[in-house]
Each structure stands twice: as C-alpha cells, then as structure tokens.
Design a binder for this molecule. Structure first.
Ligand code: SF4
Ligand code: SF4
Ligand code: SF4
Length: 452
C-alpha cells in the first residue's frame, strides 16, 4: 500500500527542472512556485526535505488528527482555522482602510444550493487528490489549501460574518456532517431565552451586559459581535453549523448558552432532519475509500493494467466516478429490499445517516498508517532539512502492524456504532434491518481487504 511521504529517503527530482514550492501549511499560506533549472545538490536535498515536511504536516498530522477529533470536539477546528483567521484579519484591515457596509446573505438561495456547492467542491477535491496524486505533491496540496483560504478571504471581504464557513467551504461541510457524531454540543434553553433575554446578543451582538444572577464568572456578559455564523443557540437542531467558538456563551447575560456533554451522535437519534446534499456528501466520502483503492479493485476485477491517473483522464474520470457511486447504489438497493419486507421502515433520507460512523471510521482508518509511521519523525527530518544532523532528537513511530491493528479496531467500532444507530433510527427489529446490517458488514469486510 502506498502512503503519502512513504519514506524518509530523499527522493530524486526530475532531471530537467526542479520545481520549488514553499508552503506554510499551518498558517495556510502558499508562496508561489518557481522553476529553477539548476540547483546545487545540497540545496536540492534541503528543498526536498521541505516538501516532505509539508506533506507530512498535511497528510500525516493534520488530516488524520482532524478526522480523529470529530467524535470528541465536533467542528472545533473551524474556531481556530487559519484560513478563516486570515480572512477575518483581512476583513478588518480592509474595513479600516475602506469603511463600508458589507453585503448581507441571500439565506434562501444559500440554504437551497449551499450544500450542493459543498458537495461539488468536495467531489472536485477528491478527483484532484486521486488523479493528480495530491498526497505525493506538496505544491498541489498547497494549492488546495490556498483555494480554501481564498474562498474564506474573498467572502470575508464581500459579505458580513462567515458566509463561506456556514454555506460554501467543502471542508466546513464535511466538518459539520461529522460534528453530528460529537460528544459535546452548544445549546441554550429556549424558555430562558424567550422569557428573560432582552439583548439577544448571541445572535445580534451586544455591548457588555450587567449580570443579575448570583456568582457570575468574570467572562460572562461580555461585549460580543454576535455568532460569526448567524446562529441562535436556542434554535440549533444539531451540531452541523456550530463551531463551538463560545462567542454566545461569553456574551449571554442569563447563562442560557451552555456547553453540554452528551451521548455521541445524539443529533441523529431523535427528530434528525437530513438533507439530500449532505447525504450525497456522506456517500461521496464513503465512496472515496473505494476510489482511493482503485488500483486494487481493478486488479481484483482483472483490469489491474488500467491506469487511474491524470495522464489518462478519459478513462480515469469515469472509473473514479463509478467507484465513488458504489455506496450510493448499494445503500439504495439495501433500502429498497428492507422496505419490500417492511413497509414501516423510515425513508432513505432518514436511514442513510446510520452509515455516518462507518464513513468516518473508514476515512480515518485510511490515514492511520501515515499518521502512525510518519508523523513522529518530523523533528529529525526538520533538523536535517535545516542542515543539522538531527541525531538524538525524539521520534515517536509505531510499526505498520500496530497501525493495522488500530485500523481494524476503528473499522469494527465504526460498524458496531453504525448498526446501533440504524436500530435506533429505524426503531425496527434486528430482523427488519437485516439488509442494511448485512451491507454494513459487507462494507467493513471490504475495507479490511482493501486497507489491511
Ligand atoms: S468552514 Fe472552512 S474556512 Fe471556515 S473555518 Fe472551517 S475549514 Fe476554515
Ligand atoms: S442565549 Fe443568552 S444572549 Fe442568546 S437569546 Fe438566550 S439568553 Fe439571550
Ligand atoms: S456563537 Fe455559539 S452558536 Fe455560534 S458558532 Fe459560536 S458557539 Fe456556536
């Protein structure tokens, strides 16, 4: 199996040109590429070291860590995201230089189409990742980050608050979907808000407010600008949009907004309102696991010689799309079968969310080997890249066997949790859910074969 930045050996650049890129992944900036015909070998080794570090940070640290944390802290990444922080600072500077009223949102249009724009963005990212082999090309990974940062910056310059994050960011769409599995939530009490609040600062923004209840904390009742995503915590149905920035909590004068610990995936269990664009994203992310293993699947079917890359787009794009469609087709067939035997089954839009834990588990599992075998080597490689020996610097890596064990545990946990959610959502017996349960088992077995 081929993982990003698989070896610490410094790869040899192409003979003709050496492509130099510089990316600060953590800060979300990209310095434009240059092409330098001749580079002395020492410098060349340093540059390749930088490439490795960038790839390592992105694919072995950020992405797996990101997926791992969804179950615990939901969409918290969006509260500290460097793309959006950059956008916020640029907005402030531009408003200081050119005072103006920013545009409001066309909420109706965004509610209708935002989810589909997110889906289209993620589909494009997936095809780009697979066909242009993003995890092995630092400059392409950098361009991906630059694209997302540009969206955040441009929308911050034009629109008030964080329109990009609420409706259009592909990463944000995925974050929102997986945040529904989280064990924490931010909510406020509708009765308290309705009967006691005069400021509604959590939504509109407010000046510092005097607290009237006993023993207020020093950080309660602060002046705030209102929820950056235009949410009211009393009206949140699920975790999709809330990024846990705590703005509402700091400004609430009635201690109505609270951070709660809860049963994981509680959003999905009672009166969950699904929407089709999000379901399409869920199925896309599940299909992504098949697409990432296109070569292996084609090999099983006797077509191992067919390339799936950017050199052969006419053939590769339909193959990639067909692999991405596998979960959609199979889950729909399973559901049709389930409803054939049990007409009381809820509709497809409701039931399909049971596959969410398995989707997260499969995606996390895919990136686990890179995280466990590569992430912990970053210090010595950074030192070597900067011209030091790196000897004696700590490393923390595990063998591939340990990574595979963990992959197995994650996949089995995902399947078990998906099965539990299925039974809770449908409120039907084990027997009535057999088509979906068998499909979840089948997906898990397939993922074992593909990844382990
Ligand atoms: S939605 Fe996208 S741009 Fe906004 S904070 Fe989240 S990851 Fe960053
Ligand atoms: S959460 Fe706090 S600030 Fe917001 S409406 Fe309720 S009481 Fe008012
Ligand atoms: S202000 Fe409150 S409701 Fe809005 S994103 Fe932050 S934590 Fe969530």
């Amino acid at each position: 199996m081929d993982y990003p930045c698989q070896s610490l050996a410094i790869p040899q650049p192409p003979h003709s040109l050496v492509e130099l890129q510089s990316t600060m992944v953590g800060g979300g900036f990209v310095i434009a590429p240059k092409f330098i015909p001749q580079v002395n070998p020492e410098y060349r080794i340093q540059m390749w070291g930088f490439f490795w570090i960038k790839l390592n940070l992105f694919w072995a640290w950020w992405w797996p860590g990101f997926l791992f944390l969804f179950g615990f802290v939901g969409r918290l990444w969006c509260a500290v995201c460097p793309f959006m922080i950059t956008g916020e600072w640029i907005r402030r500077i531009s408003l200081w230089l050119f005072p103006r009223k920013q545009l409001s949102w066309n909420t109706q249009w965004l509610n209708r189409w935002g989810g589909w724009i997110v889906f289209a963005g993620f589909l494009a990212i997936y095809l780009w990742e697979k066909l242009w082999n993003l995890p092995h090309h630092a400059y392409l990974s950098a361009w991906l980050l630059l694209t997302i940062a540009s969206g955040a910056i441009v929308s911050s310059l034009i629109y008030e608050r964080r329109l990009w994050c609420r409706y259009l960011c592909p990463i944000g769409g995925m974050n929102g979907m997986f945040a529904k599995l989280s064990i924490i939530e931010l909510r406020s009490t509708q009765q308290l808000c309705g009967s006691q609040c005069t400021t509604f600062g959590c939504y509109k923004g407010s000046a510092a407010t005097t607290i009237t209840f006993a023993d207020p904390l020093p950080n309660e009742g602060q002046a705030i600008g209102g929820c950056p995503l235009y949410l009211h915590p009393a009206q949140l149905q699920d975790n999709h949009d809330c990024m846990l920035c705590m703005t509402c909590l700091k400004g609430c004068p009635n201690r109505s907004a609270q951070l709660n610990l809860r049963f994981p995936a509680l959003d999905l269990l009672d009166n969950h309102k699904g929407f089709w664009a999000e379901v399409a994203l869920l199925l896309l992310l599940l299909g992504g696991v098949f697409m990432h293993h296109a070569e292996k699947i084609l090999g099983w079917l006797g077509f191992g010689f067919v390339p799936v890359d950017a050199d052969d787009l006419l053939l590769s794009v339909p193959i990639a799309l067909a692999l991405l469609c596998i979960p959609g087709v199979l889950t729909y067939l399973a559901h049709t079968l389930a409803r054939l035997f049990d007409s009381q089954q809820p509709n497809y839009l409701t039931v399909i969310y049971a596959y969410l834990p398995l989707t997260l588990a499969a995606n996390l599992s895919y990136y686990i080997p890179a995280a466990m075998t590569q992430a912990g080597q970053i210090l010595p490689v950074l030192a070597r890249t900067l011209g030091y020996s790196g000897a004696g610097l700590p490393t923390l890596t595990w063998s591939l066997d340990v990574a595979q064990f963990l992959q197995g545990v994650i996949l089995l946990s995902g399947m078990a949790f998906s099965s539990y959610i299925l039974l809770r959502i449908t409120r039907r017996s084990l027997f009535n859910n057999i088509p979906h349960l068998l499909l979840m088992l089948g997906f898990t077995a397939l993922f074992f074969n593909l990844m382990i």
